[in-house]
Structures are given as C-alpha cells and as structure tokens.
Design a protein around this ligand. Structure first.
Ligand SMILES: Nc1ncnc2c1ncn2[C@@H]1O[C@H](COP(=O)(O)OP(=O)(O)OP(=O)(O)O)[C@@H](O)[C@H]1O
Length: 307
C-alpha cells in the first residue's frame, strides 16, 4: 500500500465555545482521491482551512507526510497545494504569466516544470491567452496548475467543480484523476455534489455537524451488500396474490403497479423466489437495485443535503 500523505487525528475546532469540528480523523494515501462531502455548514471548509494552515485546530493533530502542520509548519506546508474558495488568478495576465508569477514564490521551479503542469492540465493551446478570456473550467485548470507547481504531495480542492458546466466538470475531473495516477498526489476534494464525487473519488468521508459519520470506498458496496438489505424489484402478473404470499412470509414489501419492491438480504432472495413460484406466481423479472451513493448520503444525512 502507498504511503500515507495526509493524516488528521482527532482534530477539533471550537469557536466562541461552539464546537464546530468535533474530533475528525482521516488518512489519505499517495495517489488516492478522497471526497470530503457533507451538507452546507457541516464543517468542510473549516477542516480544509486547518489542513492548509489558515486556521489553528483547538485539539488534535494534522500531518502532511508525517510533518505536523502546527509544529513543523514550513516543512509540512511545502508539501501542500490548495485552492480554497476561488483560485487567485490575475485576469489581465496570460495563463503563462500567472504561472511564472506564482512560480517566483517558490524556489527552484524550472521552465520545464511550468510546461509540465501546463500539459498536465491540458492548457497548452490557451496558455498565452489572457485569463479574462478563459472559461470557468480553464480558470479552474489553471488554478490547479498553479497549486501543483511546487509538486505538493497533497492537493486540497474546495468545491473544484462549483459553477462549472458538465463539460467543464468532466475536464477538471479528468485532470484531477491524472494527477493522482501519474504524480501520485493525494487529493482531497470537498463537495456537496454527490454525483461528482462518485465519478472521481476512490474513497469518501461524509461529514455532518463537525463529525465524520461514515467513510467508504466508492466501489465497496458489493461486499457489504451481503449483510445489508438490498432493494429487489420483482415483476409479476398478479401483484395482489404475490403481495399476500410475501406478507405471509413477513417480507418488507411495497407494490408499484405490477412491480413489487422488497427489502431482502442477498441469501433471502432464492427462498423468496422459490416460495412465490410454489404459489404459482409467474415471475417475469427479479432485479437487485444497488442504492446509489446519493441515496445512501440522503439516508445518512437525514435528507438534509444539497442546497
Ligand atoms: N469563524 C466562525 N465563527 C463562528 N462560527 C463559524 C465560523 N466559521 C464557521 N462557523 C460555523 O461552523 C459551521 C461549519 O462551517 P463550514 O463553513 O466549515 O461548513 P461547510 O461544510 O464548509 O459548509 P459550506 O458548504 O456551506 O461552506 C457552520 O455552522 C458555520 O456557521
């Protein structure tokens, strides 16, 4: 397994006696894209501001490649790149001039490195155009290029696809994925857009009221489907008869036209189907529906999500 790039241990933040962050712990490995999601006001921005050193935690510890952001700020910070809120770009300068300007803030950034990041975010053609002529997606990509100039091992992006159209979102998503895969950067993306997160992240953590309430790998749910109930749609011609049989088996069922929607554990599916057949119910289809991340998210956050 790759090295841990970012580690938060029991991080807390209290402002004016109000506990805003109540002990957040998480780790992100090199090359991993971690989605940090939650409803508005959950504490995402506050956590991110602490990771990048803009705000001090009142408890716990944050480490970047093993260096504490509180105690070894300089060493830790040199391995972090971030866009918190909007990227700071000068619209009257070209993309290249912006990058050169930011490159001066760090030591040893070569012309080759600048060209490398330009090609990594796919801005070769527009790099000598003034930023005010850029689309929002291009600006975001230039922002990312700027944030990774100094080859940080951890990249933090606060709502990176905010305000982008679907094509822009796809572009940004592709470049973030490439960064993780090709440069082994650990990326943390905060968002309230679940569908976005599902497409790009390896793992997500859901934050609510200042606490991580669940953490999971995006493609993991096949494994827990074994213990968890899954939604199964059964297509029949005689829904009322089938309902009676299912109810007599004490199965949790609702009817939608000729479809019956039942909640079952995986191993309960064959006996239920068998019993229906034994009662001469003709079955035209049995389909398991995997709850989307969106549904799980709504369930976990009590439906109080997206703006
Ligand atoms: N400086 C502050 N003083 C008092 N309360 C604050 C301060 N900063 C944030 N909060 C409160 O802390 C909570 C978390 O805010 P935060 O901005 O971290 O949430 P968020 O998950 O990023 O939400 P959003 O998506 O709306 O930005 C909110 O209830 C907010 O009102």
């Amino acid at each position: 397994m790759s090295q841990i790039a970012l580690e938060l241990k029991d991080v807390q933040k209290t402002i004016n006696k109000k506990e805003i962050i109540k002990g957040v712990s998480l780790t992100v490995r090199q090359g991993e894209v971690y989605g940090f999601i939650g409803p508005n006001g959950a504490g995402k921005t506050t956590t991110i501001r602490m990771i990048v050193g803009l705000m001090k935690p009142t408890g716990g510890d944050i480490k970047i490649l093993g260096k504490s952001i509180q105690h070894d700020y300089k060493e830790a910070a040199q391995n972090v790149g971030a866009i918190v809120e909007n990227p700071e770009l000068y619209p009257f300068m070209t993309g290249m001039q912006n990058l050169k300007h930011f490159a001066r803030m760090y030591q040893g950034i070569t012309r080759e490195r600048i060209e490398e990041v330009v090609s990594l975010v796919g801005l070769e053609k527009a790099i000598h155009t003034k930023v005010r002529k850029y689309s929002l997606g291009m600006r975001q990509r230039l922002g990312i290029a700027q944030a990774i100039l100094h080859k940080p091992k951890v990249l933090i992006l606060d709502e990176p696809t905010n305000g982008l159209d679907p094509a822009g979102m796809r572009e940004v998503r592709e470049y973030i994925r490439r960064l993780a895969d090709e440069e082994q950067v650990a990326v943390v993306i905060s968002s309230h857009l679940l569908s976005e997160i599902e497409l790009i992240c390896d793992r997500i953590g859901i934050i609510k009221h200042g606490e991580i309430i669940t953490e999971r790998y995006v493609n993991e749910d096949d494994s827990d489907a074994v213990e968890k109930k899954i939604k199964v749609v059964i297509d029949v011609n005689e829904p009322e008869d089938a309902m009676n049989v299912l109810k007599s088996m004490e199965v949790d069922v609702v009817q939608e036209g000729k479809q019956l929607i039942v909640q079952l554990q995986r191993e309960e599916i064959p006996p239920v189907v068998k019993t229906l057949v034994e009662h001469h119910i003709s079955i035209y289809g049995v389909t398991g529906i995997k709850a989307t991340l969106e549904e799980q998210f709504l369930e976990l956050t009590g439906g109080n999500v997206i703006e």
